[in-house]
Design a protein around this ligand. Sequence first.
Ligand SMILES: [Zn+2]
Length: 410
Amino acid sequence: MKYAIIIPDGCADEPQESLSGRTPLQAARVPGMDEIAASGVVGRAQHVPAHLPAGSEVATMSLLGYDPSTHFTGRAPLEAAAQGIPLGPHDWAIRCNLVTIEEQVMRDFTAGHISTREAGQLLETLRLDLGAGVWEVHVGVSYRNLIVFRAAQAGGPFSEQTRTTPPHDLTDKHVLDAFPRGPGSDLLNDVMCRSLQLFAQDPVNEARRHAGKPPATNVWLWGLGRAPTLPPFGEQYGQRGAMITAVDLLRGLAALIGWERIDVPGATGYTDTDYAAKGRYAVNALDHTDLVCVHIEAPDEASHEGDTAGKILALEQIDRHIVHPLLDKLRACGPYRILVSPDHPTPLRTKTHSHGFVPFAIAGTGVPPDASATYDECVAQASPLAFDDGWKLMRAFLGQPWSIPANGER
Ligand SMILES: [Zn+2]
């Protein structure tokens, strides 16, 4: 049996007035996804437990079959794993965004999708200022970077009670109440403060202002945690997996569960990604692995920008260049299963991630078709197939024979 999972990040949404009451998924022309729905089943699953932050760091862990209530320790440790940064038992990884804050309002949590080169220059200034000691600065891609706090012993400055705010939840909002709080927050606030002073006159920012681009005013620290322990996917589910994604936290998750990670040239984690290349690499991966997972960040990014047309276009590109080729390949290979599901909703209205159910569609060998004709939120809402604990969906997806009770799993 061969398996494919396609994750259009954040694609679940609400009916839009501008789309005559349809959701972006309903408005998009996605014949491949609809074919999966028509030949298989559509249901809904909830991948973010109420007590955890709504975001891909929790939701994709659940979607890949791991209970986030047990395993989630924070977002940054997953990204550290992606970058091959080892974490000792007392170390803390911390996400370090480059952001644009003006008049205490979060104008841009990406600092205008700042280039990795510019990010590297700014962070080098910060690194020199912090000096040798407990802090380690790690340059990632664009605005997504990491800082590691190397603690000599247990009982370090931070704890599970340390509160930080994801900057993408602050778009166009005042930041004064959103700075880190709780144990060790003074250390985090100090680093953020230093960066503000250091970056103000930095040549990188002067050049950006001249070019009409938003400056990276400072770093925003969030998502801290210690290294999680995740049992390998092969042990847990008996399949070899491979991950295609441009996003570090999914690369990290893949690394931690023992999956191969496949780099695709031209995959950007944005709406300008090379969809066709991702599709081609996914199709080829099925020649040597049991399960391939393709994650596409573009619909989520379009939602963060409130870009309805961009979100629809991203869904159509995913359908044409990734879902279709994978469906063709799987059918030519023999027994197969295919799953399409976002990790969490990212409503265009709020421009940020939310808790709640997302629609999924599964088709393939042994999956008896239900009455669904299309893949969208309304069909999922009406389906008897619902997973309150979304992480249980993986076992159902891989299960042979197909064994989801007709009245769903509550
Ligand atoms: Zn997002």
